[in-house]
Design a protein around this ligand. Structure first.
Ligand code: COA
Length: 176
């Protein structure tokens, strides 16, 4: 994936590059949330070295465009928004998470909007895809608010029996 010119910014939200030293505590905190850890392949409750390794992989794997979400209101780095795919393919998959302390203020929606708008206007991608469990109401709302279309149910999400209510979503137009 390509990476946008950074920082990408709107109001009190900034998307920037990972820092392999500074962002270790952020990844360690995220690793204590089992769902985020599984979704992003962070070892559960990881130590400093594992967090540093994860950031290294995230920033060097060519198929990721992964950015840190900085919340200017809290003056903290609080989450990740990422695309996974190849810029020359038709779609890339969207990932997003926030530490619990940063949730409930529409930050994820705004971060995803910034990255999706860049992807659908500045790269050859024709669509951005995403997957969300119907139990994950906040995530589904984020996708709905950005204009994602629900395109179908995943019959067996990577073999996880607790994810049978996962649907695929697609965004074809840059979000307004
Ligand atoms: C998904 C996530 C990124 C959303 O972040 P957020 O910016 O805090 O989202 P919000 O709290 O603003 O919620 C978005 C919407 O869902 C609604 N919502 C959230 N929890 C809800 C609940 N339990 N019941 C009903 N609505 C709920 C909010 O009211 C908001 O809707 P609105 O904008 O119409 O008011 C965050 O919850 C998170 O990091 N979750 C763990 C990781 C994850 O699930 N990532 C996505 C994987 S598919």
């Amino acid at each position: 994936m390509r990476t946008p010119e950074l920082p990408l910014q709107v109001d009190d939200l900034v998307l920037s590059q990972w820092d392999r030293g500074y962002d270790v505590p952020l990844v360690q905190q995220a690793s204590r949330d089992r769902f985020i850890a599984q979704m992003c392949s962070i070892p559960i409750d990881c130590d400093v070295e594992a967090a540093r390794d994860w950031i290294y992989r995230r920033t060097t794997e060519r198929n990721y465009c992964s950015l840190v979400i900085f919340d200017a209101q809290l003056e903290r780095r609080v989450g990740e928004v990422a695309l996974h795919g190849h810029s020359d393919e038709v779609t890339a998959n969207l990932y997003y998470w926030l530490l619990p302390s940063a949730r409930g203020r529409g930050l994820a929606r705004r971060a995803c909007r910034l990255l999706c708008r860049w992807a659908l206007t500045q790269t050859p991608l024709a669509a951005v895809s995403a997957f969300a469990s119907q139990r994950n109401i906040a995530s589904v709302r984020v996708l709905q608010q950005l204009g994602f279309h629900r395109v179908g149910q995943i019959p067996d999400f990577a073999g996880y029996p607790d994810r049978r209510d996962t649907f695929g979503y697609c965004l074809f137009q840059p979000p307004g």
